[in-house]
Design a protein around this ligand. Structure first.
Ligand code: ACO
Ligand code: ZN
Length: 167
């Protein structure tokens, strides 16, 4: 069956992740990020939140992914109150394919999908030293809403960044 393309930038295509893509997603995560998860974790997120798990491909090979969870809890944007939130758990693009708009397109497309799942805000954690990713999130309208000391295993702090959806 033809896999439905949901967005494009140049020759890159963004589409929903499929179970067959997970091994490529795990490879990309392993080569780009220090945070790894069990194989089971990826399959579980795909099963529970298939609409917000996307891959980018070029000529049939996967070069990037974004995986998210839809959660309900305290808002990161309002002082009080609960919100349905789209949590960007992990995003990565293979190094050779960066700077071409793929990361931006993955983020925008998953935000659209979060909106369709009735989320009103999106949030994520990012290493304080990850200036490239922080700049990308800022361009997309994310603001720092907190700092989580020693969030990562190596002791580095995370910035909690959040953005309103649908504005
Ligand atoms: N043509 C050329 N350049 C472009 C285009 C375009 N069409 N669109 C955007 N750019 C530029 C942007 O201006 C930006 O430049 P700058 O940051 O130097 O100002 C740069 O390219 C990055 O934007 P994108 O191309 O959209 O993003 P990219 O595909 O490079 O992916 C990402 C960004 C995912 C952060 C990537 O760097 C990566 O995989 N890093 C390693 C993994 C990582 O750190 N992931 C985030 C961890 S936090 C988390 O997962 C919640
Ligand atoms: Zn997270």
């Amino acid at each position: 069956m033809q896999k439905a393309i949901v967005a494009k930038v140049g020759d890159y295509q963004v589409r929903l992740c499929d179970r067959d893509d997970i091994t490529a997603v795990i490879d990309i995560n392993a080569e780009t990020l220090p945070e790894h998860y069990s194989d089971y974790f990826y399959y579980e997120i795909l099963t529970e939140f298939p609409e917000t798990f996307l891959v980018a491909e070029l000529d049939g090979s996967v070069v990037g992914y974004v995986m998210c969870r839809i959660e309900y809890g305290f808002s990161h944007l309002r002082r009080l109150g609960l919100a349905r939130k789209g949590h960007v758990v992990s995003i990565a693009v293979r190094e050779a394919h960066r700077g071409k708009g793929v990361g931006t397109l993955l983020m925008r497309t998953c935000q659209d999908a979060m909106l369709k799942k009735a989320a009103t805000e999106s949030y994520l954690e990012v290493r304080v030293s990850n200036t490239e990713a922080v700049a990308l999130y800022q361009r997309l309208g994310y603001k720092v809403s907190g700092r989580l000391e020693a969030y990562y295993k190596d002791g580095e702090a995370a910035l909690l960044m959040a953005s309103q959806l649908g504005q």
